[in-house]
Design a protein around this ligand. Structure first.
Ligand code: XUL
Length: 517
């Protein structure tokens, strides 16, 4: 169906692990004008990356070919135009990249950008402009020695100043590892980009800055000064500060769309707003950019993120702090055993989802007689548990009690491990597959004593990028945009009569986790 916009369109492009999503919004009318997707494995098989990364003998090594991301963006734009979205009506564009991944550009990358389009297709010229042919992505776990060295050199300051302790997938440890293992290639590197700033540079035809949202996922940005930390950068790799683009607020215009992109129907010269990471973009895409809302995404692993007014860091070292594209900061806490654990328990008791999501909690009371479970079927990030192991406070339990023990423990863990933010959560927004579970939604409301809103925002990162473009270029307020694009479907209120039950159970859970995790 052809879309006839009455107001300008804004475009969000999300380059994630598995593929690319392009999404155009008519911000004035509050409608999504169209979306198009590309799956790297299925649509770009020549890159031999069925899951978005290159196979490697060492399972800790996870790299992707950055040309695949660019080709994915081009194909997504073609498909969006083919779907009838009038790309010539787009007035501003922004994007989202999987976080932490880094792209190593040689000196000729600047020339490639300056002459964008004068040599025809972009992708065939990219390889010659890179000093490292592949990019480590967030799934890479091969940098433990670099993390230990950073930690030994800076101790607690690393976390209090950059928002996270040294983390394998974060860009600083990745850069340190590369500079040491391939010093010549590092010496040939003129600029190190994140996935987000790399693609933004290709759109504008000039070196794009990194935004505070994605920049905070590098173990390099000092959140107190909002500048690269000179001492940490110098320790990470020689001459690193000269190789990093500046880090600036997310709402800045990076530049104007290069003429190259007119081949897809876009108007050259439209403003390109800085790209950011997928999690900061999702915060905006689900309407969570204002402090007071906590967003819980219930997927294979569960993630919890929330806007924060001031910088605070997790004393346990599990949660991360990134820049919030709407201003201030945001948390990101990952619970690895999310639906993964829910699936395991459901299989163990041989129940269907109707029983798991509804019946089990009808048959059992809130508090469950103190039955709790530490459901570490795989290694857990929050709290940090390296050896997977499931523990319970009980020896025998009915299937229904087991389900409640799992769900209550998961919700209590979220409350316990997000308390460091010091934010009173006035509402919880849930997304993801398991938000269909009536039981889990009610338990979250009761445990946090806050209303839970279910939202049906598909493609939250791409939508967040489009909303950011509308805010920065179209001059619309985020609150207004949230009202138009991020409405809740259902609101489940907390039941005050169970406040005490869960305050008490939280203490019991914390004690059990301390001894059992
Ligand atoms: C966040 C993280 C992932 C990536 C890819 O720290 O590693 O969420 O951003 O989605």
């Amino acid at each position: 169906m052809t879309h006839h916009p009455s107001t300008p369109l804004f475009l969000g492009i999300d380059v994630s692990t598995q593929g690319v999503k392009a999404l155009a919004i008519d911000a004035g009318r509050g409608v999504v004008a169209g979306t198009a997707g590309v799956h790297f494995g299925a649509d770009l098989p020549a890159y031999r990356s069925p899951h978005g990364f290159l196979p490697h003998d060492d399972p800790r090594v996870r790299h992707a070919d950055p040309r695949m991301w660019v080709e994915g963006v081009e194909l997504a734009l073609q498909r969006l135009a083919a779907a009838g979205v009038p790309l010539d009506q787009v007035a501003g564009v922004s994007g989202s990249g999987q976080q932490h991944g880094s792209v190593y550009c040689g000196a000729s990358f600047a020339e490639l950008l300056a002459g964008l389009g004068s040599h025809g297709e972009l992708v065939p010229h990219l390889a010659g402009a890179l000093s490292r042919p592949t990019s480590p992505i967030w799934m890479d776990r091969s940098t433990t020695p670099a993390c230990m060295e950073l930690q030994a050199a800076f101790g607690a300051r690393l976390q209090t100043d950059t928002g996270s302790p040294a983390i394998e997938r974060f860009t600083g440890p990745q850069i340190r590892t590369f500079a040491r293992e391939q010093p010549e290639a590092y010496a040939r590197t003129a600029t190190i980009h994140l996935v987000s700033s790399f693609l933004c540079s290709l759109l504008t035809g000039s070196r794009a800055p990194i935004d505070y949202g994605d920049g905070a996922g590098m173990n390099l940005l000092n959140l107190k000064t909002l500048a690269w930390d000179p001492a940490i950068a110098a320790f990470t790799a020689p001459g690193l500060l000269d190789r990093l683009p500046p880090c600036v607020p997310s709402h800045q215009v990076a530049g104007h769309l290069a003429a190259y992109w007119s081949r897809f129907g876009l108007r050259p010269g439209i403003p390109v707003v800085l790209w950011s990471g997928d999690n900061p973009n999702s915060l905006i895409g689900v309407g969570g950019g204002t402090p007071g809302t906590v967003v819980v995404s219930l997927g294979t692993s569960d993630t919890l993120f929330a806007a924060m007014r001031d910088i605070r860091t997790d004393p346990a070292g599990c949660g991360h702090v990134f820049g919030n594209p709407a201003g201030g900061f945001m948390s990101l806490i990952c619970f690895s055993n999310g639906s993964l654990a829910r699936e395991q328990v459901r299989e163990q008791i041989g129940a269907d989802w109707q029983f798991f999501d509804v019946e089990a909690c009808r048959q059992t009371p809130p508090g469950n007689g103190g039955k709790l479970m530490l459901p570490y079927f795989v290694p857990e990030s929050t709290p940090l548990v390296l050896q997977p192991r499931v523990r319970t406070t009980f020896e025998t339990a009915t299937p229904a009690e087991r389900v409640r023990a799992l769900l209550e423990s998961q919700a209590l863990s979220m409350r316990l491990h997000s308390a460091w933010q010091g934010e009173a959560f006035r509402r919880i927004r849930v997304t993801g597959g398991a938000s269909r579970s009536a039981a889990l939604v009610q338990i979250l409301a009761d445990v946090f004593q806050a209303p839970v809103e279910t939202i049906a925002v598909a493609d939250s990162a791409a939508l967040g990028a489009a909303l950011r473009a509308a805010q920065a270029v179209g001059g619309m307020a985020f609150e207004e945009l949230y009202g138009r694009f991020c409405q809740s479907q259902r609101v489940v209120p907390p039941r005050p009569e169970f406040r005490q039950v869960y305050d008490d159970l939280l203490q019991a859970y914390a004690a059990f986790e301390r001894t059992g995790a």
